[in-house]
Design a protein around this ligand. Structure first.
Ligand code: URA
Length: 218
């Protein structure tokens, strides 16, 4: 059953300090699939970001292998994802699927795919800092459950959040950074690649994916 997640409620306790009473997710005993399912239930019918709640059809939690070695993290659901409830199923998603399957010779089901935001921003506008702050604790829990060996940060927003750097994606890409001890490879977002489908940009994304494969294959 999906219950609404309570909004964060800072409160003043007897010690006079501010406390954040946001309920914390505690993964249940069980396998990773069970834990991911529990996290999805915990998120419930999240109401934290009013502008997103008004606009969304469904929450796009993420999908893939709970034991994935590689986790891809995008920006936010688009129109197709919002309707289907699955990440990267539109045009950019088809390109990502090709990169994974035809380029990396993996199956899409072998990896895990999620986004910085789990709700579609109105008119695909950029994620707002408060929305990133509200939603990324859930991404962090997904990472803690799946424990990928490497994260691929797709585009500016994922790269910015996961590397903690505001350096442009064109400079961040191509080298490993870290998110809480997990190697992060930033690369261009597939939607950017679609709009700028040059041999040079395709080569750069492929170079980045080769480094990811070399890393996981040791
Ligand atoms: N773009 C993203 O960043 N994520 C999706 O899920 C789809 C498109």
């Amino acid at each position: 059953p999906l219950r609404p997640a309570a909004p964060p409620q800072p409160s003043v306790a007897a010690d006079g300090l501010l406390h954040d009473d946001t309920p914390r997710f505690v993964p249940p005993a069980g396998d990773r699939a069970t834990q991911l399912q529990a996290l999805r239930c915990f998120i419930g019918d999240c109401q934290r970001c009013p502008a997103l709640v008004r606009n969304r059809t469904t929450i796009v939690f993420g999908c893939g292998n709970p034991h994935a070695e590689i986790m891809f993290v995008g920006e936010a659901p688009g129109a197709d994802e919002d309707v289907q409830g699955l990440p990267f199923v539109g045009r950019a998603g088809q390109l990502l699927t090709n990169i994974i399957e035809k380029g990396m010779h993996l199956r899409r089901d072998d990896v895990y795919i999620a986004n910085i935001l789990k709700c579609r921003p109105p008119n695909n506008r950029e994620p707002q800092p408060s929305e990133v702050a509200n939603c990324t604790p859930f991404l962090h829990e997904q990472l803690a459950i799946v424990k990928p060996r490497v994260i691929v940060a797709l585009g500016t927003y994922a790269a910015r959040y996961l590397t903690g750097s505001n350096v442009p994606i064109s400079k961040l890409r191509g080298t490993f950074h870290q998110y809480r001890g997990i190697p992060v490879m930033p690369t261009f977002h597939p939607a950017y690649l679609l709009r700028n489908y040059s041999p040079e940009n395709r080569r750069m994304v492929w170079e980045d994916m080769k480094k990811v494969l070399e890393y996981v294959r040791g």
